[in-house]
Design a protein. Structure first.
Lengths: 419, 188
């Protein structure tokens, strides 16, 4: 035990309970969260904020810590300490961990909002375990659920005539910012003899060739030595934002720069979902989905996902309306942007200021899934239809095979207040 | 960060003391401290309200100010600007806290909670031009609490509150006390 505590890299004997869905991949990199053997709750709190702080800020967190440190909330904090993440999200308590990693009883809203019906008569008699579970409110992210937003998007069509996903534009932006970029072909580069012929074909057709990135840019180390298999970390030299997002996801968190020890890449065998048996040993790196030379983003948008994922939702994709549209787009039967791939919803093209980028954290908009409303669903569907669809658990399982069979009344209530 | 702030506060204290000709050993009183803080807060907010929001939205009409300024690509409202400052301070120090409260809040979470807040907000409404100071005990700790009247400095303050569907009061006028700035300093 002493050996393990002090010298061994393997700390599995010290696990006091199975880690949550969100952390089990890194549960043996103990010091990532337990940064010091001394100190109180602030040690863990700093670790939580270190990885999740940026996401909370971008969600315009409805309950930031700074709202609760005012002494006027002392009575409330005595009941529910909203200044620490672990008050609601206790780790290693698998038997009492529910959706979103919440370990607190579901009526936590009641402690501060028990008089809600005084302001909102429509809420009279509602159970206090339904605030955050009925598709109406979230503790942190309410960007698509606040009253004015509901009113603004009331009465929208189920499916827009102009339904279209935002298109990737990183290469266009790069070329606009770097007008002297010269696209390369095989004729421009020094061939590496041992490379098979298809490597050159793949590269020449890729965006790397378009923006003038050749073999040596990835395969040659700083001191000029040829690297047969460049390390994955090399990708982040140019794709910093993608790398940061990828290493915050369940796919890439084992490679995060924030871990205090080096872990091998994630494999489906280590996952908790259903996967294709043939994929279990596949290591999740950039080239797993993109291919090292072809950089095929269409393949990465669905085919790569389905080569591993075999849960009910994934297996239902190809027969779903979304999946059918994707097949039509690949076949050139509909316009580019009118199909819906796995990536359309799980790795959407998101706006950051005036820039657009592909969100490489596949888990970002699933905690909770209402985060999908603005960046994903509402490109094609009205808000009411989208809220209902995301609240319909059976519909999620069959990959949105039919119209929603549940109805969330939030927009109705918001409109009622205007009368 | 906290150490930096303490040093800054200490430096401010000395500056105030020198200006007042006071005794350095005794330090400044909690009231001098909150009065100085409020002077900065009040001045900054009036400048933002008049020279940024008022000018750009009403005179030059080049941008709107909106409660949902991110979605509307607009300016934050003066009260929001104030609250964001208070939240940023709360992330950096526990030496003092401040908030904007009202007997007629648009957001009910900004209604007075403690007995002193209730008494003080009523006092500044009943006694125009006067501030309210009292000690109170919250969560087992003693605090010096100062409450300053928050007056409608521009027509837009009154009209925006009067027109908001969640406002409990709809007849505010320029010059009215609309609420109060509550500043709290831990004692001992």
């Amino acid at each position: 035990m002493l050996f393990e505590l002090v010298w061994s890299q393997d700390k599995s004997s010290f696990l006091i309970g199975e880690a949550t869905h969100g952390h089990h991949q890194i549960e043996l990199a103990c010091a990532t969260c337990h940064t010091s053997p001394f100190g109180g709750g602030e040690v863990i709190q700093d670790a939580c904020v270190g990885c999740h702080g940026q996401e909370l800020a971008s969600a315009e967190d409805s309950h930031p810590k700074a709202k609760f440190t005012d002494p006027r909330n002392a009575d409330r904090l005595a009941v529910l300490d909203a200044t620490e993440c672990v008050t609601c999200h206790l780790e290693h308590q698998n038997e009492q961990t529910r959706a979103m990693g919440v370990t607190l009883a579901d009526d936590f809203c009641w402690h501060c909002h028990q008089d809600v019906a005084a302001e909102r008569p429509s809420h009279e008699g509602m159970e206090f375990d339904t605030c955050a579970s009925a598709g109406c409110h979230n503790y942190h992210d309410n960007k698509a659920l606040y009253e004015n937003f509901l009113v603004k998007h009331a009465n929208e069509a189920d499916v827009f005539m102009s339904a279209k996903r935002p298109l990737r534009e990183a290469v266009t932006q790069y070329l606009a910012n770097n007008p002297n970029t010269k696209a390369l072909t095989v004729a421009d580069i020094e061939l590496v003899e041992q490379a098979p012929g298809e490597v050159y074909q793949h590269w020449q057709a890729s965006t790397h060739a378009t923006v003038g990135i050749a073999c040596n840019d990835c395969h040659q180390s700083a001191d000029g030595i040829w690297q047969q298999q460049p390390k994955i970390q090399l990708c982040q030299n140019c794709h910093q934002q993608e790398w940061e997002n990828f290493t915050q996801s369940h796919h890439g968190m084992r490679l995060s720069d924030k871990l205090t020890q080096t872990l091998s890449p994630m494999t489906p065998a280590q996952g908790r979902l259903a996967f294709q048996p043939s994929s279990l040993a596949a290591e999740m790196t950039c080239s797993t989905c993109h291919g090292p030379h072809e950089l095929n983003v269409e393949k990465a948008a669905s085919e790569s996902c389905l080569s591993c994922h075999a849960d009910e939702h994934s297996l239902a994709f190809e027969q779903s309306p979304h999946g059918q549209l994707w097949q039509q787009e690949l076949a050139g039967e509909i316009n580019k942007g009118e199909g819906v791939s796995c990536a359309t919803c799980h790795m959407p093209v998101v706006e950051q200021g005036k820039q657009h980028q592909v969100m490489h954290n596949v888990n970002h908009n699933l905690r909770p899934n209402e985060k999908m409303l603005r960046t994903v669903c509402m490109n094609c569907h009205g808000l009411a239809f989208s809220i209902d669809a995301l609240a319909d658990k059976d519909l999620i399982k069959n990959n949105f095979l039919h119209a929603p069979s549940v109805h969330i009344e939030s927009i109705d209530m918001a409109l009622e207040r205007l009368k | 960060m906290k150490n930096t702030l303490k040093m800054t506060l200490a430096a401010s204290s000395i500056a105030i003391l020198t200006a007042c000709g006071g005794d350095k050993e005794a330090g400044i009183s909690p009231q001098q401290f909150t009065d100085a803080l409020h002077l900065v807060m009040d001045s900054d907010r009036a400048v933002y309200t008049k020279k940024v929001v008022g000018r750009l939205t009403k005179e030059e009409k080049v941008i709107k100010a909106s409660e949902h300024f991110m979605d509307d690509k607009a300016l934050p409202l003066p009260a929001q600007m104030f609250r964001f400052g208070a939240e940023t301070v709360a992330e950096k120090t526990d030496e003092f806290t401040y908030s904007l409260q009202s007997l007629w809040p648009i957001n009910s979470q900004n209604a007075p909670v403690t007995a002193v807040e209730k008494e003080g907000l009523q006092f500044i409404v009943d006694n125009p031009g006067k501030n309210f100071y009292k000690e109170e005990t919250l969560g087992g700790k003693n605090y010096f609490t100062a409450i300053y009247p928050d007056v409608a400095v521009a027509p837009v303050c009154a009209s925006c509150h009067n027109d908001h569907k969640d406002s409990p009061k709809t007849d505010f006028k320029v010059g009215d006390v609309m609420g109060g700035v509550v500043i709290r300093v831990p004692l001992g």
